[in-house]
Structure formats: structure tokens, C-alpha cells
Ligand binder design. Structure first.
Ligand SMILES: Nc1nc2c(ncn2[C@@H]2O[C@H](COP(=O)(O)OP(=O)(O)O)[C@@H](O)[C@H]2O)c(=O)[nH]1
Ligand SMILES: [Mg+2]
Length: 240
């Protein structure tokens, strides 16, 4: 029997993308795999589409959250939900096709081959971005260089396409993560490294979203700028 895999899919206003993404995941997931949609009461009706899919497909489940509180909070709730079940491998990815569902088996394979956490990485040889504007590329690159300098030897620290072995998430006290935005990605990887887990970067090509709008905001960038050094300080003072 292969390890039980669950893909966590956070959504906020992804009605053009959700159904296509769920069906594409159905094509690539190993036997027994499932998808958990984590919807923050999207005003565009994404939650209802998710419910319809869950009614049709036994391997789809939906976690409805009352309001939009950021990607980090949505993932904390989603991971806690998944850990209450039997999953051995927990993936996270965006629902907008920036992350290619066809890459899911490569992330799983990296963990099968000994990693505890596999990161889809744009900034290792073979990885890259397609059709992303200069500003977004600059912010993303800058964030990774900033994190590399202050925190850890990871090339793509803010990416949201990851595969965790269960024990990595169990070792992280999820309740103590207060990251709302993309700093959540940095914090989970940093904590995994500090626990001594083996983290590998798997090259991926990140495409601009297929439809709908980005939820990236100035607040998300500002949060990362000050929370990255704070993570370092918390680690140094033994509070992580
Ligand atoms: N549940 C939930 N999902 C979110 C939230 N913010 C973003 N997402 C989802 O997270 C993924 C990445 O967000 P996106 O706006 O594409 O960010 P970008 O790729 O950096 O521009 C998408 O699937 C979004 O729908 C949120 O506050 N709550
Ligand atoms: Mg996106």
C-alpha cells in the first residue's frame, strides 16, 4: 500500500479554477489519496462548488472557515484537520494552476526517497517562473534572498508547493504559528530544519495564475519583512 496522501488546497475566490484543479489532482494522486479544500467563505461561491465536488467525489472533503484570515491561518486549520486522520504525506499547493498538478508525483517521490519535507522550488537549477511580472518576480526573489541571509540555506523560501511527512507537521506546534501570509511558508520550513528534518528542493516551473485574482498584498510583504528576523530572534532565545 502506498502512503496515504492528502492535498490541502486553500481557496479564496477560485471559482474558475477549483473544479478543474480537483479533477486534475484526481488524475495524479496515488490510490487512497484525497483533497481537502479549505475555503474562507469565498464571496464568489467557491465553497458551494467545493461542496458539490465533495458530494460527487468520495475523496474530496471541504473545510469551511467563516472568514478570510490569510493563507497561514487557513493552513493551520487544514493541517490540524488532516493530522486528526491517517495521512502520512500532507501536500499543500495553490489552487490557481501556478503549481502544476502534474508535479505532485515528483514531490511525493522526493519524500519517498528520504526527504521529510520536499519544497517545490523556483530558484534551483531546472526551476523558474513563467509569465510573472517584473514586480512579483522582484518581491519573490528578494524575499528568498532576505530569508537566505537571515535564516536558512533555502533557495525558494516562500513557495507554497510542499510535501510534508506527517512527523514534520506533528513536531511543529501549529497553534504557536501566528503567520497570516506567506511568512507561514518560511516559518514551517525553518521549524522543520531546526528540528533536524531533511528538507530538499525540487525544481518546479511556477506559472502565473490561470484565472481569477491574486490575494497578494502590501500587508503580506510587510509581515514577512519583520517576522523573518523575529523568527531568528525567537529561535536564538529558545522560544521556537
Ligand atoms: N483559504 C484561504 N485561501 C487563500 C487566502 N489567501 C490566498 N488563498 C489561496 O492561496 C493560494 C495562493 O494565493 P494567490 O492569491 O494565488 O497568491 P499569489 O500566487 O502569491 O499571487 C490560492 O489558492 C488562493 O485562493 C486566504 O486568506 N484564505
Ligand atoms: Mg497564485
Amino acid at each position: 500500500m502506498p502512503d496515504i496522501v492528502v492535498v490541502c488546497l486553500p481557496t479564496y475566490n477560485e471559482r474558475e479554477n477549483l473544479e478543474r484543479m480537483v479533477r486534475a489532482l484526481g488524475e495524479v494522486l496515488p490510490e487512497g489519496g484525497s483533497v481537502l479544500v479549505i475555503d474562507d467563505n469565498s464571496p464568489d461561491g467557491t465553497g458551494e462548488i467545493a461542496d458539490r465536488l465533495a458530494g460527487e467525489l468520495s475523496w474530496v472533503e471541504v473545510l469551511h472557515r467563516p472568514r478570510k484570515e490569510g493563507l497561514g491561518r487557513a493552513y493551520v486549520d487544514g493541517f490540524q484537520h488532516v493530522l486528526a486522520g491517517e495521512a502520512e504525506l500532507v501536500l499543500e499547493m495553490d489552487c490557481d494552476f501556478s503549481h502544476d498538478p502534474a508535479d505532485v508525483p515528483r514531490l511525493i517521490a522526493a519524500v519517498d526517497h528520504g526527504a521529510d519535507l520536499a519544497l517545490g522550488s523556483r530558484y534551483v537549477p531546472g526551476g523558474g517562473t513563467a509569465n510573472w511580472g517584473l514586480v512579483r518576480r522582484g518581491i519573490s526573489r528578494g524575499a528568498s534572498i532576505y530569508t537566505r541571509t537571515l535564516l536558512m540555506p533555502i533557495h525558494d523560501a516562500t513557495g507554497g508547493f510542499k510535501c510534508f511527512r506527517r512527523r514534520v507537521l506533528e513536531s511543529i506546534d501549529l497553534q504557536t504559528i501566528d503567520a497570516a501570509g506567506y511568512v507561514f511558508q518560511i516559518e514551517t520550513t525553518y521549524r522543520a530544519l531546526r528540528e533536524g528534518f531533511r528538507v530538499v528542493e525540487v525544481p518546479i516551473c511556477f506559472a502565473d495564475r490561470a484565472a481569477g485574482h491574486s490575494k497578494m498584498s502590501r500587508a503580506i510583504v510587510v509581515e514577512a519583512v519583520w517576522k523573518v528576523p523575529r523568527l531568528r530572534l525567537r529561535a536564538l532565545s529558545g522560544r521556537l
